[in-house]
Design a protein around this ligand. Sequence first.
Ligand code: NAP
Ligand code: GCO
Length: 263
Amino acid sequence: MDMFRLDGKVALVTGAVYGIGFEIAKALATAGATLVFNNLSQESVDKGLENYKKVGIDAKGYVCDVTDEEAVQKMVQQIKEEVGVIDILVNNAGIIKRIPMVEMSASDFRQVVDVDLNAPFILAKAVLPDMITKGGGKIINICSMMSELGRETVSAYAAAKGGLKMLTRNIASEYGQYNIQCNGIGPGYIATPQTAPLREEQENGERHPFDQFIVGRTPAARWGETTDLAGPAVFLASSASDFVNGHVLYVDGGILAYIGKQP
Ligand code: NAP
Ligand code: GCO
């Protein structure tokens, strides 16, 4: 199983204080990687450091807004000096705004695209030169069901995550010759704070209609757990996936394969 080990590798997982990013980071660290993460404020970075400490991981955290190119370049340089060259980048930080499209302001739309699409470009651009010099690297972009599907209220998110799938393919196309693999993970509906409003118990004690809809729409008949993403992340970060490039691995309990239950 040595091909799955990440000993000696430095991994940066953006926004990884809790949720999907934290679980992926934990898996990479368990496979041997040295873990680095960032978030928007010192307070959330401290929270992350506490979370990692609790599970026995000695992570390093940086305050950095992933949409700020200058700050990202500075952080990547600082990581290089303090920890080492980044071998694995996971573009995890993301936001969603659930607003009907005709009611959505252009600035809200831009903000979602800025965090979910422009930032992965900024991060990848910052780490690629050292990966090229070092002779290889792994970039994992956290995509979504919405890289393939649309639904009411998530126009900006779907546009950004669809774009992120194509950015993934383009990075693979442009930098594959340098032994750099860029792949995506497309989580299905995963129980995290981001999806909490869709799972809130109703006043009458019943499950949220969206919650019931997702369980009915998923062949696995459940929401995903963040731990469902651990194995796929280690695979795509490790040399076990050295000839996998430009792929999006959907971890969705089968949603994309399913037409839905017949009435
Ligand atoms: P989450 O719980 O909302 O966590 C996202 C993290 O990113 C938060 O800690 C957030 O900080 C941070 N962040 C947001 N903007 C940032 C910025 N500009 N700079 C640095 N950090 C920033 O989300 P999640 O559910 O774990 O999702 C993680 C990723 O998976 C996202 O890209 C999301 O779109 C994607 N995804 C989620 C699901 C799902 O079902 N949950 C499914 C498919 C894809 P704060 O704590 O300050 O908000
Ligand atoms: C929504 C959800 C989704 C998921 C996820 C699906 O409102 O439909 O928030 O977009 O979080 O990205 O893969």
